[in-house]
Design a protein around this ligand. Structure first.
Ligand code: SF4
Length: 489
């Protein structure tokens, strides 16, 4: 048995009653130094190890001088029954870029540390859909991804011109790291791309050049999302500014044009514009069918159309948050990366027939307005919440904070039902660390999909918790934007 190569052993934070782990004597607080002689680097390795029917563990327990062995006997594939404390047991690979548009650099001081994690780790891309620039990707990483089929991955492209890309990332390696994208695609890995479009930097002719480069060099990409940069009032980057209406319309036109080109060349549209662009440009969203199954729904592409369809009763369109690989990992919590929204309700004391107020961001209100109007119910109103906390052009529901909600709810009447999208919560907390218990009115937390909202309005929503949040940083939609702000999103 070799020495552990990890800096942190998987730590048990919970044991399921009567599970194999419980029956074998594992306890919360135990550290799993070895599993069948191996010390996993991350939950990807961990999940493979705990899949084994017989498991020889070496456990370190507080209060005991020496680690000791535990043997677990279980059926192949049977969950071990423990929840461990992290998804990555060695160090999360952090990014070495200095993007002007990075939202992490635009956070106010004093926010919790996990929000400031600038990860650029392909494992978090696989586990949570975080975008990676590949500037720290290595030959060994490629070998592992191909061998273990870690697919899909999510890659930040921004520009295919090497010099432009290096300039956007402010990192020389940005000029060459897309070679890994080619290698991943050649190896059959499904990869979704993203372009954070910054007006005056990589829009206009540069965006055309980027999409031409995608068609030329990376036609096997699954999708490319064009998303607008977010600019908070804490930005110190003088060259970063929100899109004008005309610039947003130009991005919509560019995407339209290239969809036609991709359709003709490879039989699918490949590139999509974030919903925010259509809102900024004052244009209708494209038809639902043109989103080709909503492959980047979580990143705000087609979310409004899917929400609309689900609100109309189409259960297949109630995409919410897709479980992805992570949901299949036995017991590994996403704490510190993308946590479950864990939408504990505030315990509404309103009567079922009380007037209903839907709390939402300013962009969300634009999407929800027509849907609510279509119900013809005078007892339902929208309450748009302006984002004074971040300021700038931040208008998505996923970045709503407790501070702004308190301001708004203080002025709302008591005794009404207040519905809140779960996308602004991570483990029950807002970005500013407040919880629904800190709000001056009880709220009902509703999963962020059209079907759940419809059911909440009809009083038939049974379960108001939802799965892990994820997606791109400052993307669009009635709700659902990530609570993890890192990554070149
Ligand atoms: S946007 Fe992403 S890649 Fe760029 S500096 Fe921020 S975390 Fe790093």
């Amino acid at each position: 048995m070799s020495a552990p190569r990890v800096t942190t052993a998987p730590k048990v934070v919970a044991v399921t009653a009567s599970s194999p782990a419980d029956l074998s004597g594992l306890r919360a607080g135990d550290e799993l130094l070895f599993l069948n002689g191996r010390s996993p680097r991350d939950v990807i390795e961990y999940s493979l190890l705990v899949d084994e029917p017989d498991l020889d563990l070496v456990v370190r327990r507080r209060g005991l001088a020496e680690p000791f062995p535990i043997t677990v006997t279980k059926e192949p594939g049977e969950p071990l029954g423990v929840e461990v404390s992290s998804a990555v047991f060695d160090r999360v690979r952090t990014c070495d870029n200095h993007c002007e548009f990075c939202f992490i650099h635009q956070l106010p001081k004093g926010m919790r540390r996990s929000l400031s994690l600038k990860d650029d780790d392909y494992r978090l891309s696989f586990l949570y859909g975080n975008f990676t620039t590949l500037t720290r990707f290595t030959e060994m990483d490629l070998e592992r991804v191909l061998t273990e089929r870690l697919s899909p991955l999510f890659v930040s492209i921004h520009a295919t011109d090497p010099d432009v890309r290096a300039g956007l990332l402010r990192n020389r390696r940005g000029a060459t790291s897309l070679r890994w994208l080619g290698a991943l695609l050649d190896g059959g890995i499904e990869v979704h791309g993203q372009v954070v479009v910054c007006p005056g930097k990589n829009d206009g002719a540069v965006l055309h050049d980027t999409l031409a480069g995608v068609l030329d060099r990376y036609p096997r990409l699954a999708t490319v999302a064009c998303v607008p940069l977010g600019v908070s009032r804490f930005s110190h980057e003088s060259a970063m500014r929100p899109h004008s209406r005309e610039e947003a319309a130009a991005v919509c036109d560019t995407v339209d044009e290239w969809q036609e080109t991709f359709l003709a060349a490879i039989g699918r549209r490949m590139v999509f514009a974030a919903d925010e662009y259509y809102l900024m440009a004052g244009r209708p969203f494209p038809p639902a069918r043109t989103y080709e199954g909503f492959p980047q729904h979580e990143n705000g592409l087609g979310m409004a159309r899917a929400f609309e369809a689900a609100f109309g009763g189409d259960e297949r369109a109630a995409l919410g948050v897709r479980p992805g690989f992570f949901a299949a990992v036995d017991g590994a919590p996403p704490t510190g990366y993308r946590a479950p929204r864990n939408a504990a309700n505030g315990g509404s004391i309103a009567t079922p027939d009380a007037p209903v107020a839907i709390l939402t961001g300013e962009y969300g209100a634009l999407v929800l307005g027509p849907l609510v109007d279509s119900l013809g119910r005078g007892d339902i109103r929208l309450v748009p919440v302006a984002n004074h906390f971040f300021g700038g052009n931040i208008g998505v529901s996923g970045l709503l904070t407790g501070t702004d909600l308190i301001d708004v709810l203080d002025r709302q009447p008591e005794g009404h039902r207040y519905l809140l999208p779960d996308s602004c919560l991570s483990e029950g907390r807002f970005l500013d660390d407040l919880t629904v218990a800190d709000l001056p009115r009880p709220v009902e937390v509703v999963p962020t999909d059209g079907l759940s909202l419809r059911r909440a309005l009809e009083g038939t929503l049974a379960d108001t918790t939802s799965g892990p949040g994820c997606g791109s940083a400052v993307s669009t939609a009635p709700a659902r934007v990530p609570v993890t702000l890192g990554g070149s999103r």
